[in-house]
Ligand binder design. Structure first.
Ligand code: NAD
Length: 515
């Protein structure tokens, strides 16, 4: 009997004892930096010559870990192992599989700050963001474990005289999990353990930016009793093994989260039936966002500024749900902008491995260069009202940046930047607000700040995003409370952390017997 699901509480960093413990975890992890990590195939640890080198984004010289790179031969071995263990793993009871997740949640909870500290170094997360990432990982373990117990119950079917119908869910077979780096623990946990608890072996190829935290998860699941071969850890260069994983005839599903470009490529490739493949692959692709906060004439303007700042600059805007466009009624435009700039001035930027800052560095040189180029584009498309500075001498630092008077069709209003850059547009009425909110190819999150009930009701149906928020920011969905997934080119709307998610990795079977 499990107790009802409740999300993991976040750490209160105002509490001196919590701060001390977090600093101690950072120190402990610091002593373990620079180690070498193997692939894990069928429970065996394999060290390769070639390594992915993970560095602290806020301190490029600091090597976090050197992780072995899988080749196509390793992928082949991993699929063989997965196919073999599928025979046993699928027959283990749903309770036994769920127990692995519950135990993994307990193990993670027991070293919560340590996992968060790895996130600080590997992904450059500030303390609160790292803490929320770890908590969300625990939530996925607890929530999907319980969802599996629910799904294991036979569903009520109609029967006629002398007829007995049953309907139940079965696992699909081995599959591939390809997560991004920006929730280097939470998304890796969620996308991996959902198919696992449903009974499917997994090949996990983590992001090349954050392979060390992913390795920590595999260790936790091993400690929690996951049998060998059920989870195979195959980090590597996506250019070398990405297509190979996706195209493989034994991959029943590809559970992808990442950019639009990669997601579309995977979606297209997986549609092709390969020689020897006797099923259609399922692709779950959760992709980018270009998320809007609407500020209505009737809005609480302090609440609006707070929602904009935290949604735009939390983790330096490196969230698919980050606010990068603000659409404001002309009557309150100047005031919202002024309050937003004031609040932004209070944000601190620095190396989170050394201090408790609001923002750290962005993930790597490529992202740094990309964001910098969008800041230059923004200067041509609107007026820079705050920020714009960048510095990559020690780490990849980009300061919070605000543009005003930007046209709805401008590139910085249309393209995902994935950095701390937000653009403001002024509008005449609520119709225009909705029109602009919907005029991108993405449809992930959005928020409406308004005290006009009629407008909120309209937005409910006319603001076309998978996760819509009223009178709060557009980030920070919680597992089991706000299932998460996008419309349009933001993805397949899989609703991670929701009651339908596990079914994506299962096939439903009907058995009908006559007596
Ligand atoms: P990315 O597309 O560059 O990489 C994502 C993953 O795909 C990584 O593991 C990468 O190694 C792998 N990959 C890259 N090329 C591949 C290929 N050809 N074949 C197979 N795998 C390949 O994205 P990213 O930079 O890691 O993440 C940022 C993006 O993720 C942003 O666009 C963000 O909006 C999106 N994101 C979306 C969600 C969501 O739930 N919708 C959540 C987090 C991040």
């Amino acid at each position: 009997m499990v107790f009802p699901y409740k999300h993991e509480p976040l750490t209160n960093f105002l509490n001196p004892a919590d701060r001390r413990e977090f600093k101690a975890a950072l120190k402990k992890v610091c002593c373990q930096l620079g180690k070498e990590y193997p692939l894990i195939i069928n429970g065996k640890r394999i060290f390769t010559e070639e390594k992915l080198i993970s560095v602290n984004p806020a301190n490029k010289e600091q090597v976090v870990g050197k992780v072995s790179k899988a080749t196509k031969e390793h992928i082949e071995q991993a699929f063989e192992a997965a196919k073999e263990t599928f025979k046993k793993w699928r027959t283990m009871s749903p309770e036994a599989r769920a127990n692995v997740l519950f135990k993994a949640a307990a193990i993670t909870r027991s070293k919560k700050h340590e996992i968060s500290a790895w996130l600080v170094y590997d992904a450059g997360k500030p303390w609160r963001q790292a803490d929320a990432d770890t908590a969300e990982g625990i939530d996925f373990l607890e929530y999907y474990g319980r969802q599996m117990l629910e799904l294991a119950k036979n569903q009520e079917m109609n029967n006629r005289p002398n007829e007995h119908n049953i309907y139940f869910y079965q696992p699909m077979g081995p599959g591939v999990v390809i997560p991004p780096w920006n929730f280097a623990f939470a998304i890796v946990v969620g996308t991996t353990v959902a198919p696992l608890v449903a009974g499917n072996p997994v090949l996990l190829k983590p992001s090349e930016n954050t392979p060390v935290v992913a390795y920590k998860l595999v260790e936790i699941l091993e400690e929690a009793g996951l049998p060998e071969g059920v989870l195979n850890f195959v980090p590597g260069d996506p250019a070398e093994i990405g297509d190979y994983l996706v195209d493989h005839k034994d991959a029943h599903f590809i559970n992808f989260t990442g950019s639009r470009a990669t997601g579309v490529r995977i979606y297209e490739r997986a549609a092709k039936v390969q020689e020897g493949q006797h099923f259609l692959k399922r692709v779950i692709a959760e992709m980018g966002g270009k998320d809007t906060i609407i500020v209505d004439k009737s809005a609480n303007l302090d609440l609006a500024a707070d929602a904009i700042v935290h949604s735009a600059f939390g983790f330096s805007g490196q969230k698919c749900s980050a606010c990068s466009r603000v659409v404001v009624h002309e009557a309150v435009y100047d005031e919202v902008l002024r309050k937003t700039v004031e609040l932004t001035k209070s944000l601190t930027v620095g190396n989170p491995a050394e201090e408790d800052v609001y923002m750290g560095a962005v993930i790597n040189q490529k992202q740094f260069d990309k964001i910098k180029s969008y800041i230059e584009i923004g200067k041509k498309e609107g007026t820079l009202v705050y920020g714009g500075q960048t510095d990559d001498s020690e780490g990849y630092f980009v300061y919070p940046t605000i543009f005003k008077d930007v046209d709805a069709s401008a590139r910085i209003m249309q393209e995902e930047i994935f950095g701390p850059v937000v653009a403001f547009a002024k509008v005449r009425d609520f119709n225009e607000m909705l029109e602009i909110a919907n005029n991108t190819e993405y449809g992930l999150t959005g928020a409406v700040i308004s005290n006009t009930r009629e407008h909120l009701e309209r937005a409910k149906y006319e603001f076309h995003v998978g996760n819509l928020y009223f009178n709060r920011g557009c980030t920070a969905a919680i597992v089991g409370y706000q299932p998460f997934g996008g419309f349009k080119m933001s993805g397949t709307d899989s609703k991670a952390g929701g009651p339908d998610y596990l079914k994506l990795f299962m096939v439903a079977k009907t058995v009908s017997e006559m007596f």
